[in-house]
Ligand binder design. Structure first.
Ligand SMILES: CC(C)(COP(=O)(O)OP(=O)(O)OC[C@H]1O[C@@H](n2cnc3c(N)ncnc32)[C@H](O)[C@@H]1OP(=O)(O)O)[C@@H](O)C(=O)NCCC(=O)NCCS
Length: 182
């Protein structure tokens, strides 16, 4: 689903653009995905696990634009993608389609300036508009910044997936599952 383009201003005065990623953005989207995977261990993949197949990325972007139950909110600094958050239907089955999943990643250079809060507000509004009844996410138990943001937005902890993640150095990290009733 497409969103309307708008200009946004960070707390530190930087001006960015919020819009849907289009096919022409495939390369910058891949660069952003790799960069955010390099910067913290809080995303699901290590950088080398990310497919750099640009045609595949174009298909993913187009599929998302066409989907009625999935929305990306992508932030651009000029032509460069620097952040993204998404909501998508958990599953389309009758018993599950009241639930949507949330994900977010922002390049470190753009963190701590209110962008996470702004993107989450947009995503929550859109999820309500689309008729979802609850928004769910999972995060690393040591992601203090993420947890602080989610709690601030009203999410509550609903469970823990013990030792869900195992880092290359052998460290296990639990996954905290959270829900926001809309
Ligand atoms: C988690 C993330 C989305 C937060 O985005 P952000 O733009 O930094 O968030 P904001 O600036 O809006 O800050 C949101 C809240 O986080 C908390 N916060 C900010 N900086 C913090 C810090 N250094 N330590 C602890 N909490 C912090 C505050 O509660 C803040 O709210 P406040 O400014 O009203 O006090 C972003 O840091 C990120 O993408 N990190 C890397 C990838 C990631 O962790 N993704 C989530 C995977 S589940």
């Amino acid at each position: 689903m497409r969103i309307e383009e708008e200009r946004i201003t960070l707390k530190d005065g930087r001006n960015l653009t919020l819009r849907s990623a289009e096919e022409r953005d495939a390369q910058t989207m891949l660069d952003y995905i790799v960069k955010t995977a390099e910067e913290t261990h809080f995303l699901i993949r290590y950088p080398e696990e990310i497919s750099m197949d640009i045609e595949r990325e174009k298909r993913i972007i187009n599929d998302n634009l066409e989907a009625e139950d999935s929305v990306w909110f992508t932030v651009f600094d000029g032509d460069k993608a620097v952040g993204n958050c998404s909501i998508s239907s958990h599953r389309n089955h009758i018993k599950l389609k009241h639930r949507c999943d949330f994900a977010i990643a922002i390049e470190q250079e753009y963190c701590g300036c209110g962008l996470g809060t702004l993107l989450m507000k947009k995503a929550i509004d859109k999820a309500k508009e689309l008729g979802f009844e609850q928004m769910e996410l999972g995060t690393y138990a040591d992601n203090e910044k993420g947890l602080a943001l989610y709690r601030k937005m009203g999410f509550q902890e609903m469970g823990k997936n013990l030792r869900a993640f195992k880092l290359k150095d052998g460290t296990y990290i639990d996954e905290i599952n959270m829900v926001l009733f809309l």
